[in-house]
Ligand binder design. Sequence first.
Ligand SMILES: [Zn+2]
Ligand SMILES: [Zn+2]
Length: 227
Amino acid sequence: MVECLLCNKNFRNEFSLQKIFSFSSLTNSQICHRCEESFNSLNGKRTCTKCGRLLDIKAINPCADCQHWQDPDFTNRALYEYNKAFKEYMVKYKFMGDYRLRLVFQTELSRVINKTKKMVVAIPVNPDTLKTRGFNQVTGWFANVKYYDVLTPIDTTKAVAQSQKTRKERLELKQPFRLIETAVSAIKGQDILIVDDVYTTGRTIRHAAELIRNAGARSVTGLTMAR
Ligand SMILES: [Zn+2]
Ligand SMILES: [Zn+2]
């Protein structure tokens, strides 16, 4: 019996063949079947081609949120729907800082990233947050993923964290990053994959994409755990 990292109940860790070969299931079995089922994998589902959000059959594609973006080249893929279960997971992992919870999605995300063969850039955490939390929630999900520190947050004095701002305030935010000087030459001509935790308004990842594209990357796409 193993203790589920999310609900703390004991469960039998079954390594069925079906599970081993299923690419949609969470690997490593860190959580029980019931918790696993509460997440909604977007694998194979109809999603917005620009932001990766789950779309029902009738919804327009790109979705309404994406209609106003002026950067036709940027696309984002998300692995999970940002539903109640994912929201609760992020509260425990990111805001309460339970580092063990990185294991829930680590294998799956790392596998998806490494399949792309792109140069990986993680959205950085601002230094004050990093001091309090102790880890970057995005790179915490990386196992055997080679990534590059390309971006650095500009305004470290901002008192209000991104997640506490209203949607309007977030959209009005100016460029929150700058490029690390020494990284600029490494970006040139590369296909870049920017990885973030949750795609909310898209502002953060698009700001990052804009900087990297302007520095001469050949292509820039996004990958987020949830949308
Ligand atoms: Zn559970
Ligand atoms: Zn969209």
